[in-house]
Write a protein that binds this ligand. Structure first.
Ligand SMILES: [Zn+2]
Length: 77
């Protein structure tokens, strides 16, 4: 198991990445993500497209959409 994780991690330069602040603030499941799914490319602002993995991208987009829909729900309620 350990060597598989290392192999996946080595596909990216994780030193240039960092945890996505947007997801970290908004996703309660963030600590349970795989490390790569937490990471965005370093120099850019936290955007969905900066995520290193498709899963990270999708989760980021879902958080954006949920924030939009919750705003709608608040005004509707
Ligand atoms: Zn994110």
């Amino acid at each position: 198991m350990e060597h598989i994780d290392a192999a996946v991690t080595n596909r990216f330069d994780t030193r240039s990445g960092r945890p996505c602040e947007f997801c970290r603030d908004l996703d309660p499941q963030f600590p349970h993500r795989r490390p790569l799914d937490q990471m965005v490319a370093g120099s850019r602002k936290p955007r969905a497209s900066a995520h290193l993995t498709e899963d990270g991208y999708v989760r980021h987009r879902m958080l954006e959409l949920r924030r939009l829909t919750s705003r709608v729900a608040l005004t509707a309620a």
